[in-house]
Every structure is written in C-alpha cells, then in structure tokens.
Design a binder for this molecule. Structure first.
Ligand code: HAM
Length: 425
C-alpha cells in the first residue's frame, strides 16, 4: 500500500450514503428555481483568465492568490472558475441574451468551483456552488426576490438558525466619496498594514476592509462606513429593498461593514450566516449582491444584475450543526432470495422484469446461504423479500414476505409482477 495515491488537499470524495443528500439538496434548489422562474445555464469549468481578472477584480484575494491558472498547449492562460457570476455574465453577453424578449434574464447554475485557499472546516479547494443571476432589471423587488430564494432553500431544508445580513455599497458617486474617506483614514498609518493593503490603498481601498491579515487592526473598527456616504438615490434604493424584505417577513440585520470579497458589487450586498452552536469558524453560508456595470465591463450593453451563490458543502455543515436529518429514502422495493441453482437462474430474468416494470430490486451475487441473503435484504431496507426455492419453482409459486409486518403470501410465479404491483402500492 506504500505507493497509494491520495486525494488532493482541500478536495473530497462524496460517497454513496452522502450523494443521496447532495441529490436531495440539488433537487430542492432546482425545484425552488422552477417556482421562482430561474432557468439553468451550464458554462465551462475553465475560462480565459482575463475574465476573472476583469470580472472579479485584480485586487481581490481570489484573483491575486486563489486561482488555479494554467497555460494550455496553445499558450493560452486559462483558469478553473473560482466563481460563477463572471461566466454567467460572459455567456449573457456572448449569447446576446440582452436581446431576449423575456427580461430580466433569470439564470441558475450548480457545479464545482476552485479556489486555492487554506483548507479548513467548511473551506475547500474544490467546492460546489449553487447560484442564481438575474440580469436586466434594476427593480429593488428583484433584490428581495433573490434574497428570498436563498433564504427559502435553507428554510425548506429545515434550517432555523440563520442570520441574514444586508448592506448597501451604493452607486459610483457614493463609492467615490467613501473611497476618498477611506484613503484619508488609512493613509497616515498604512505602514502598519500588510503589503497587500499598502497596494490596495490607492488601487482599491475598500478591499482593505476585508483583509484577513489586518482584520484586528484598530483602524479597521473606526473606518468610515459606506452607509454614511450613500447618495439620496442609493439610500432610497436600499430603503426599498429592506421594506420589501420586511413585507416578505424576512428578518435581517444591517451591517455597514459588509463589503464582500469581489469587486463587482454595488448597491445591495448580503450574506446569510449560520447561528448554530458548534458551527465552525467560517459561518457564511451564502453571499451575493447587485453588480450593475459588470455586463459592460465584460463587453455588453449597460445592464443591471444581481445574484448570489452558496456552497452545498457549507449547507450540509449547517444541517449537521443543527441536527437536521434530510429525508433521504434508503430502501428498495424487493429483494429476491433464491435457493438452488435452478431458482438462482430463474431470478436473473425475474429481477430484470421487475426492474423493467419500474421497481428497485436486488438479488444475491455472492452465492450466500439463505440466512445471509435475508441479512443482505435487511441491510438494503427491502420492503419485501420474495423467496424462490426448488419446491416453489416446481410448483410455479413464489413466496412474498412483507418486511413491515412479516405477512407472507404465496403467489403464482407467472402473475407475480402483476400481483406485486397491487400489493406493494
Ligand atoms: P463568494 O462570497 O465568493 O461569492 O462565494 C459564495 C459562497 O460560496 C460562500 O458564501 C460560500 O458558501 C461558498 N464558498 C466560497 N468559497 C468556498 C470554499 N473555499 N469552500 C466552500 N465554500 C465556499 C461568489 O462566489 C459570488 N459569485 C456570488 C454572487 C453571485 N454574487 C452575485 N451573484
């Protein structure tokens, strides 16, 4: 075993027993998207590196430190997608979805994302995001819709200990005023900050606020907050969003320090956290916000947009922390127990017919004794066990046992499938 190859750091295998939970969550996400009328988009796992540099932003941690970037054999710089928004916007522009008569264009995606981060509980290098993007509307009602969809997933899966935090990052004018205030605030003592922050001061001072290394510096707490720099228009927009959230009965807190780690945001920004005791240090389950201007940045016409993304890994961790068991069905309709060579041969065809009739069925493939076959049936939670021995076969019969109440019925072999349909309903 010394030459065994291990899984790469920060990735995980999702094994049978777990995959059923993933499927259930994925089905819930799809079902909600159907109700909210978001349609699925599938984009490539890798994109031109420039897409993320321009979209996510050159000064973000994601672009500076976390991308899996490689040069392909044709000398192109490609990057495994670290997030889904930039790609959704690229596709929106490339496929001229802005010309679609159905506006806004409401999309969702589900798939693996890649970030070279230090792995810890809830943080992986490959993780699966479910996200939505609504492009083409600047109505604050769509901000509330997107937030309500994100909250809905968690709530319908049974989570209760959730905290929704919202903020407004304002429009360009608000941002310019805030930016100036930030520069004035940090500049005199920028020497006390990390190299990245020193670079960010001129390029993008807002990024200093979510620096992991300088998180505890005293100037962080006293930093000017964007909310005090919002223009009237931005403030009104934000009021509308919070009014709609209140109308929908969605509780929230306003956190003026919520700036998000990606550059494309303006106006509404939000995160959903888990309040569950015992949840790891990273409590953010979901993040999103408005990105008016990103479509133009990627080469399309002026188009407003908003969306969110959440990872299924963190959703599962939250379910575990709250002790929520997902209603995963782990049972099969029938297990065929057989005795003797002829009966064993017969079950090959019978198994097939039952499967063709739509039942989930299994039989023994290890030549087990009858007792062990019953144990195997138990292990897969068979609702019924059908026993076919040499005598039964001679008499053209099969014995059906209900595992719920132990009741046994002898059925004619030829009409077994028809009868099983009635009995097992
Ligand atoms: P983000 O905040 O970078 O936003 O990521 C969104 C969510 O992805 C996080 O809240 C978390 O659940 C999950 N996530 C991020 N990194 C990891 C990781 N290393 N391991 C596990 N889960 C992780 C975005 O990605 C934006 N594209 C969201 C968005 C969509 N904004 C507008 N539209």
């Amino acid at each position: 075993m010394s030459n065994q190859i291990k899984i790469p750091r920060g990735t995980q295998d999702i094994l049978p027993g777990q995959t059923e939970k993933w499927q259930l969550i994925e089905a819930k996400a799809r079902e909600l998207c159907e109700r909210y009328q978001y349609r699925e988009i599938r984009t490539p796992i890798f994109e031109h590196t420039e897409l993320f540099q321009r979209g996510v932003g050159d000064t973000t941690d994601i672009v500076q430190k976390e991308m899996y970037t490689f040069t392909d054999r044709g000398d192109r710089s490609l990057t495994l997608r670290p997030e889904g928004t930039a790609a959704a916007v690229r596709s929106f522009v490339e496929n001229k979805m802005f010309g679609n008569p159905n506006q806004p264009v409401k999309l969702y995606y589900m798939g693996p994302m890649f970030r070279y981060e230090r792995p810890q509980a809830g943080r992986f290098r490959q993780f699966v995001q479910f996200g939505v993007e609504a492009m083409g509307s600047a109505d604050p009602a769509i901000d509330a819709e997107v937030i309500s969809l994100a909250m809905g997933i968690y709530q319908e899966l049974g989570l209760k200990k959730l905290k929704l935090v919202v903020n407004s990052l304002g429009d360009k004018e608000s941002r310019t005023a805030h930016r100036e205030a930030l520069v004035n605030h940090f500049k005199p003592r920028i020497g006390e900050f990390c190299n990245d922050c020193q670079n960010r001061l001129e390029k993008n001072p807002m990024r200093i606020l979510d620096c992991k290394a300088d998180r505890d510096h005293e100037l962080m707490k006293s930093a000017p907050s964007i909310i005090d720099y919002l223009t009237d228009e931005s403030a009104q927009y934000f009021n509308k969003v919070t009014k709609y959230l209140t109308d929908l009965g969605i509780g929230f807190e306003i956190d003026a320090n919520l700036v998000r780690g990606l550059d494309y945001y303006n106006h509404t920004a939000f995160e959903i956290m888990s309040n569950a005791e015992g949840f790891g240090a990273i409590t953010t389950l979901c993040g999103g916000g408005r990105y008016n201007g990103l479509v133009e940045e990627i080469g399309g016409p002026e188009t407003p947009g908003i969306g969110f993304a959440l990872s299924i890994e963190r959703l599962l961790a939250a379910l575990e922390a709250e002790g929520v068991e997902l209603p995963v069905k782990e049972e099969i309709d029938c297990y065929l127990v057989s005795l003797g060579d002829e009966a064993k041969d017969y079950t090959v065809g019978l198994l097939h017919k039952l499967r063709m009739a739509g039942f989930s069925v299994e039989r023994d493939y290890l030549d087990r004794k009858i007792k062990a076959q019953f144990k195997a049936a138990d292990r897969v939670n068979a609702r019924y066990v059908a026993v076919l021995g040499e005598n039964e076969l001679k008499e053209n019969k099969i014995n059906l046992k209900s595992m719920a109440d132990g009741e046994q019925t002898e059925l004619p072999l030829e009409s077994f499938i028809e009868k099983f349909k009635e009995i097992s309903r």
